[in-house]
Design a protein around this ligand. Structure first.
Ligand code: ZN
Ligand code: ZN
Length: 150
């Protein structure tokens, strides 16, 4: 995701209005690596601008996705779609307990799906997600410390 000023410029170029609410959403998202849900973003905006509507927040997120500045990460928690400000190719660590979602920026070699298993798909991308218990959750309740692996 670009800087706030670049996002403002990009939105104007595309004919979107840049309201104070939208600018605030840019400010809250730029540099955010927590992969927030739309509801979390809405709550953060509301804490500063109580009059903001959910529609404004959801529309702005949709526009950011259309412009390629934000990426939805599907199906990782019951809380709904998470939004990723890191739009480069990367992978994730996901805590199944607190739903922390952390970027992994290394590349994994040798992941491929032979054509006969691709169900006719022309593949364009893949993403790896490792599921487990983050350090905080392991401390909080004994988690499920990697049994059998240590
Ligand atoms: Zn956790
Ligand atoms: Zn990510």
């Amino acid at each position: 995701m670009r800087s706030v000023e670049d996002l403002v410029r990009l939105f104007r170029e595309r004919g979107y209005k840049v309201t104070p609410q939208r600018r605030l959403i840019f400010e809250l998202l730029a540099g955010d690596r927590s992969h927030p849900t739309a509801e979390e973003i809405y709550q953060r905006v509301r804490a500063v601008m109580p009059e903001v509507s959910r529609t404004t927040v959801y529309n702005t997120l949709r526009e950011l996705i259309t412009l390629g500045e934000l990426r939805p990460v599907e199906n990782l928690s019951e809380g709904g779609t998470r939004y990723d400000t890191n739009t480069t190719h990367h992978h994730h660590l996901f805590c199944v307990q607190c739903h922390a979602l952390i970027d992994i920026d290394r590349e994994f070699e040798g992941i491929e799906l032979p054509p006969e298993e691709a169900a006719g798909f022309r593949l364009v991308n893949y993403q790896v997600t490792f599921y487990g218990y983050c350090p905080d959750c392991q401390r909080a309740d004994g988690g499920r410390p990697s049994q059998g692996k240590e």
